[in-house]
Design a protein around this ligand. Structure first.
Ligand code: SIN
Length: 326
């Protein structure tokens, strides 16, 4: 037997495999493909205070190597989530993470306050990074001070574990990571989608109704891995890797790079049974490699930078440290 359980701060996950927000329904819609009891955690699609109709169509556009989306946080709002989704989700035997979105600090604070009172919610993931609202210029996604304000406001409103989901569309993700950690986040999800564009040159038209959107899928894995690694080096709180993961090998790359858990996103659209299968593959892979516990791999990347960082510490970007998080 291989030990697959991991710790995410105060939470214990039975394995490091989580679903990524927006790719596995709001509640248990997808759980006939992977029963919740096989998952490390189930993350909801973003819920907002008021219902949102979403963006103009087309909202999804397949590209050579990935997927562009511009859903625009379509959802029925928190009242419907509490009335219809949570009572069902409550029955699931897994860690439940509600992803909360907003367009103002007040909205995030109110979402955190409301979710704080919900026994079925084990953690709140703050979506600071949707590229499909406010024309891709949501201030919380790129400005560390603004991101910190959101997290601090939510922190005041809830004692539940708070995850901050960051954008890769920044120059220095380590600064974002440190800002949200200092503001009270308990974990960081790295990362959301990359800004992208698809063009049909014959029709002179963009592939998406909003012109640009969020790019995801296997092509972004190296970018996501770099972001997750940079975050894990910059903070003490756990980092959850997300972006282009579709195999057990991918998941292990993120864990070795410093992540305490991973989220599966776009790959679930092509194969909704993937999360359950990936857990089994992870177990088998580690068994074959003679690794007794997945936790032993977390943050074990030998990147040869220890000495370099020693020399460079003081530039404020990264600080040298050992295994970041268990
Ligand atoms: C969307 O609803 O537009 C996607 C969610 C996100 O990228 O955060």
């Amino acid at each position: 037997m291989v030990e697959l359980s991991v710790r995410l701060g105060a939470l214990e996950l039975r394995n490091p495999v989580m679903t990524a927000s927006g790719t596995y329904g709001h509640g248990l819609e997808m759980c006939h493909f992977t029963p919740p009891e096989l998952l490390g955690a189930l993350v909801s699609k973003t819920v907002t205070l008021a219902p949102r109709p979403g963006n103009p169509t087309p909202r999804i556009c397949e590209t050579q190597l990935g997927l562009l989306n511009s859903i625009g946080l379509e959802n029925k709002g928190i009242e419907s989530y509490l009335e219809h989704t949570l009572p069902e989700v409550e029955k699931a035997d897994t860690v439940i993470v509600t992803n909360a979105g907003g367009e103002s600090i007040e909205e995030y604070r109110e979402m955190a306050r409301i979710l704080d009172g919900q026994g079925a919610v084990d953690a709140i993931e703050l979506n600071l990074s949707c590229p499909n609202i406010q024309g891709g210029a949501l201030p919380f996604s790129t400005d560390p001070a603004k991101a910190a304000e959101v997290v601090a406001a939510a922190r005041e409103a809830t004692s539940k574990p708070l995850f901050a989901k960051l954008s890769p569309n920044v120059a220095h993700i380590a600064r974002m990571a440190r800002a949200v950690e200092e503001a009270g986040a308990d974990a960081i999800t790295a990362v959301n989608t990359l800004l992208g564009l698809s063009v049909d040159w014959r029709r002179r038209k963009p592939g998406l109704g909003t012109v640009h959107g969020g790019y995801s899928g296997p092509a972004i894995k190296p970018v996501a891995l770099h972001c997750a690694w940079a975050c894990a080096r910059a903070v003490e709180i756990p980092v959850i890797g997300c972006g282009g993961i579709s195999t057990a090998e991918d998941a292990l790359e993120f864990l070795v790079a410093g992540c305490a858990a991973v989220q599966l996103g776009t790959a679930c659209f092509a194969d909704p049974a993937l999360p359950g299968r990936l857990v089994a593959e992870l177990h088998e892979l580690l068994r074959r490699e003679g690794i007794a516990s997945v936790g032993d791999l977390i943050g074990t990347l030998r990147d040869g930078r220890e000495e370099n960082l020693e020399a460079r510490s003081g530039n404020g970007e990264e600080r040298p440290k050992g295994i970041p998080v268990r």
